[in-house]
Design a protein around this ligand. Sequence first.
Ligand code: GDP
Ligand code: MN
Length: 345
Amino acid sequence: MRLLEYQAKELLRRSGVLTPEGVLARAENSYAPSVYPVVLKSQVPTGGRGKLGGVLVAENQKEYKEHLATLLQLKIKNHQPDGVLVEEALDIKHEYYIALRVNREARDIECMYSIHGGIDIESSRNTVATISCEKTDWRKIVATQLHIEHSTITEILDRLYECMVSNDLLLLEINPFIETSGGLFVCADAKVLVDDNARFRQPALPWHDEQSLKPLGGTIGVIANGAGMAMSTVDAIVAMNGAPANFLDIGGGTGKDVFVKQLADIAHLPHVTSIIINIFAGITRCDDIAKGIIAATEELPDLPPLFIRLEGTRRAEAVLLLKNAHIRVESDLAACVRKALRGTA
Ligand code: GDP
Ligand code: MN
């Protein structure tokens, strides 16, 4: 699984590595910075954003608003952004490249590094060196080659290594790794691949099944847990002469953030006018789903009307949470479909 930059940076922060403080803006007007300049970075699961207009600097509020609007609707390599990461802009003195990756053949972790980082790394590939982290003096060698003071870089490399191992990462690539004019070393970007086989022992990571959302072209979005539930929901829509917008099985035990992201993905499909949420909770808990729904209504102002059917584990708690947030739960699936077809809550 590939993490988005803001998720990757959260892991780095937890390992004590310095990254710029940032806020994820998911919609226009959802956040306004108090200090300028800021850098706005499109959150898409791909690199090369710098060259494709996905990284912009704003000197003031006017520019910020313009850039945010631009980036929220800019597709990069066919990816709709999950939001825009807004960070205090760094005063860059030098850009380095540092990556840790699993080398399966050698059965070790290796460090790749270059004194020339940044968006032109592809053309300076020949300057990237590799060293095995099995070597006891790998940090020292990297420090010498990068001309960075040993104790500074050694500590950062140790923390990156810790981040790699404790999160079961296959790749942790920092490009650019930046020296600021103030002499600080900061991870300005992060590409992180998590080992999918480690899902069972990394439950806190924002897991998402990469192609689980299947667009179907219609107007009624669908979230259900279990492939059978998702299929019967789609069937119920078609049986009542509706057109499903997608197929999505969210699986069991989905966390709040993943739920919000999936609702956002459905809401961003081209013709969606309503979304049906059909949950029969076993491992999944209705109250967790309810929290996801409430978070989504707060974070996604452009969300279409939701029609919700909840059964199973902790239904009563969920209904109460939703009621307090003025969100209605329908009596059954047929009621959801009927109302979704009318498009009214
Ligand atoms: P990528 O092109 O998708 O890898 O996106 P990056 O996050 O690496 O950003 C591309 C380039 O934008 C970097 O190499 C930097 O030169 C520049 N950049 C990124 N963050 C900042 C920042 O905070 N301040 C400034 N001035 N430039 C930045
Ligand atoms: Mn980069």
